[in-house]
Design a protein around this ligand. Structure first.
Ligand SMILES: CCCCCCCC/C=C\CCCCCCCC(=O)N[C@@H](COP(=O)(O)O)[C@H](O)/C=C/CCCCCCCCCCCCC
Length: 437
């Protein structure tokens, strides 16, 4: 209900979410989502399909929490342990546990990333910012890669029905614009912390496996898994290969400082750790299969990666690909890893960490020029445009940036950082004029 929504309640719930051991309490996590859904409902029936899905997921978790095994569902950590120990998690809806707590929470966890990005855009927005653009940029950088074409289209249309920024602030019902911004500034670190701790939930013993590789095969526009391609070479591939290995051009402008600590919080809890790294569970089986098909990957495997690949024994890979039971590390992988993988290259977790310090990008300018430049994850899309301008000696105004991997994502808010947009090392970005056909 519109009247009952309170941004303060959202904040309070996410504050209460973390217990003394920095574990995420499901009860408050659920309540936080309930508040958010009640807000979304007040925006109109165009959001009903989203609301229905969210309510359904919230209900599944609530049923577990209040059910006979409820004691195991008090925290995300205890739930993960319980469900994995008891093999209660399945990858697909057709499995014997199609609606496990883990699977359900993962969906909401991804949505929390969307919320985090959207609220941050909203907090730093200016009078002429559009809620629909902020919402869709955040969506493209998070949930979109997990949704099939139809959902992405429907969601995109729903975003167009969002009220303008001023009305949106009013509907939030939390005082003046300044007060809303202040409240968002308080809520965001809490949401980020809950997100990060959930993301980090995974048994420590998985550390030993971090040298293994991930490949996620993005879904086609029709939501089907794409065939494994060896022969096809698109313009994007061409651009990728043409620039591989990328020469390390430094940026022509000073890099931005590293991300604020509040957005990069580490869980102090000893264990479990790194569990809810975003992933597409339905792709996890594909991942396992992909491991044994690495040699067919259409993208060139980078030298350092090849080295690590050799280190991982083929026997281990065999075992992985034949494993039918869900494994935490296969199941919950961060969006960043997913995004790296959907860029077509195979990377190890430790390489993912290394690449956080540098992002080598191939850029295609509006006039078709191809450039390679080095950035930091904290650089903004505007920095990317500025670098392209410097290098090409041309001015690019009123542009947007598109990713070239599938699903293509388009960002018109150039204040977003590469990391927020999920743009990772060795991606290809296309700069286009907004009014281009
Ligand atoms: C301070 C408050 C301001 C912001 C308020 C935002 C309120 C948002 C409230 C709820 C968000 C909805 C969360 C949706 C969870 C989606 C989970 C999901 O990915 N489900 C898909 C997969 O499920 P399975 O089939 O595998 O079980 C499902 O296919 C998705 C269906 C619907 C599309 C969901 C799109 C979500 C877009 C983000 C929400 C935008 C709301 C805009 C309101 C400002």
């Amino acid at each position: 209900m519109a009247d009952s929504f309170s941004l303060q309640n959202v904040l309070d719930n996410f504050k209460s979410c973390l217990n003394d051991h920095k574990e995420v309490c499901l009860k408050y996590y659920i309540s936080g989502w309930r508040e958010l859904v009640s807000f979304m409902n007040s925006l109109g029936s165009v959001f009903a399909f989203i609301s229905k899905d969210a309510v359904n997921k919230i209900q599944i978790l609530e049923n577990f929490l209040t059910g006979e095994n409820g004691t195991h569902y008090v925290t995300v950590q205890s739930m993960v342990k319980y469900e994995l120990d008891n093999e209660l998690v399945d990858l697909t809806k057709r499995g014997s546990h199609p609606e496990s707590g883990c699977r359900t929470l993962l969906r909401l966890h991804r949505a929390l990333r969307w919320l985090q990005l959207f609220l941050e855009s909203l907090r730093t927005s200016t009078e002429d910012s559009k809620t629909s653009v902020m919402c869709s940029d955040a969506y493209n950088a998070s949930l979109a890669q997990h949704h099939p074409w139809l959902i992405r289209k429907a969601t995109g249309m729903a975003f167009c029905a969002l009220p303008g920024r001023d009305t949106f602030f009013e509907v939030l019902n939390a005082g003046s614009h300044e007060e809303v911004v202040t409240l968002l500034g308080e809520a965001l670190p809490l949401i980020s912390e809950v997100y990060q701790i959930t993301e980090d939930v995974s048994p420590r013993q998985n550390k030993a496996e971090e040298g293994n590789m991930h490949v996620i095969r993005p879904k086609s526009a029709k939501g089907r898994t794409r065939p494994k391609v060896t022969e096809a070479c698109t313009a994007d591939d061409e651009l990728l290969h043409e620039n591989c290995p990328f020469p390390p051009y430094p940026p022509s402008h000073p890099p931005r400082p590293p991300p604020t600590p509040s957005h990069r919080l580490n869980s102090p809890s000893p264990s479990p750790r790194a569990f809810f790294r975003h992933s597409n569970p339905s792709s996890a089986v594909e991942n396992a299969l992909d491991i044994s098909l690495l040699s067919l990957n259409k993208y060139k495997v980078l030298p350092s990666i090849e080295k690590r690949s050799e280190e991982a024994s083929s026997a281990d890979m065999e075992e992985k690909s034949s494993r039918s039971r869900l494994h935490t590390r296969d199941f919950f992988r961060s969006d960043q890893e997913t995004e790296r993988a959907s860029g077509g290259t195979v990377r190890t977790t430790s390489q993912c960490q290394e690449s956080e310090t540098e992002v080598l990008l191939a850029l295609r300018t509006p006039c078709g020029q191809r450039l390679t430049c080095q950035f930091r994850p904290t650089d903004t899309l505007q920095d990317v445009v500025a670098t392209a301008e410097d290098k090409s000696g041309k001015r690019y105004e009123h542009v947007l940036i598109e990713t070239m991997e599938f699903p293509r994502r388009s960002f018109s808010n150039l204040n977003m950082t590469l990391s927020q947009c999920g743009v990772v090392n060795k991606s290809v970005l296309c700069i286009s004029f907004k009014d281009a056909p």
